[in-house]
Design a protein around this ligand. Structure first.
Ligand code: PAF
Length: 298
């Protein structure tokens, strides 16, 4: 059975429930499911920041019962060092959630709960969506994401699930997963929340020194520059300018800059009529990999 977590995490988390297994979750949600309450899920890997909290607030506004999952999913990391370095801050996360609402359900399964002794991702075919950008640079990443999201959906059976636009490609993958598996879950994509200097909120920002954190605003500045020049400059010119700026900014290592047609994510070399585009950047600073993107012609 679930246990109240006030004694461990303080009075703010007074009535919040910390659940570790699907069986416990089914018990806690039985009544809500019976009375057809709208169940909202916010999937996270913890190290919660304002972006996550915004998803939780949105979920509270749009659903009757809100589950926040905190699970660092090993199968979506193609780099063991990255997985090891991923911040794990459960106590702090729970206090932050308790400040928003004591009615939240926190689902924090162990790896064995989902994967048993077979720690591996399923294979999916998302065509173009997972063959570019994050999919191309982090082989197997989206198979891992789709595997765990499907497992989370099976455990929590939400009516609606909330994802951040910062991981734009991931939101398309999740929508495709829901479509392919006919899961009937609506996916709500919430805007990227930024630090005061424009840097997209991310759990990885925690790993940056304060100097790098202020320098990292450069990524969003580049995206804003591309957006400003989008209607007049060729794609080639934009690509050249961004690559050049990163080459001069020696603290950064640019992994990719792409302009892609959305929502298909076809990489584009020139503008087509009546087509929406988005620019994407992945870059490292102090060895920390950051991603961001911007709509170019909404
Ligand atoms: O965006 C994330 O934090 C993760 O990819 C997700 C969706 C929680 C799956 O592990």
């Amino acid at each position: 059975m679930y246990k109240p977590i006030c004694s461990i995490f303080g009075p703010l988390a007074l009535l919040m429930k910390l659940i570790k297994t699907t069986a416990e979750l089914n018990l806690v949600l039985a009544q809500a499911r019976k009375s057809k309450k709208k169940i909202g899920l916010v999937p996270t890997m913890g190290a919660l920041h304002e972006g996550h909290l915004n998803l939780v607030k949105r979920a509270l506004f749009k659903s009757d019962v809100v589950i926040v999952s905190i699970f660092v999913n090993p199968t979506q990391f193609n780099d063991q060092a990255d997985l090891n370095a991923y911040p794990r801050t459960l106590e702090k996360d729970i206090v932050r959630l308790g400040e928003i609402s004591s009615a939240l359900i926190v689902f924090h399964p162990e790896v064995e709960e989902f994967y048993g002794d077979q720690l591996k991702a399923k294979s999916f075919d998302f065509k173009q969506l997972d063959s570019v950008m994050e999919g191309a640079h982090r082989p197997g990443h989206f198979d891992g994401v789709a595997t765990v999201v499907e497992l989370l959906f099976k455990s929590t059976k939400p009516n609606i699930a909330f994802f951040g636009e910062k991981d734009y490609q991931q939101t398309l993958i999740v929508k495709q997963l829901v479509k392919q598996k006919r899961l009937g879950i609506s996916i709500e994509v919430c805007p990227t929340i930024r630090e005061a200097n424009g840097l997209a909120q991310s759990s990885r920002n925690e790993r940056l020194s304060s100097q790098a954190r202020s320098k990292a605003a450069f990524i969003y500045e580049q995206l804003l520059w591309v957006k400003r020049r989008f209607s007049t400059a060729s794609f080639e010119r934009l690509r050249y300018a961004v690559t050049d700026s990163f080459a001069e900014a020696t603290d950064f290592e640019l992994e990719y800059f792409e302009i892609a047609q959305v929502p298909e994510l076809t990489l584009s070399l020139e503008r087509k009529k009546n087509t929406k585009y988005r620019a994407f950047i992945a870059a490292r600073i102090e060895g920390v990999r950051l991603i961001d993107s911007i709509a170019l012609n909404e």
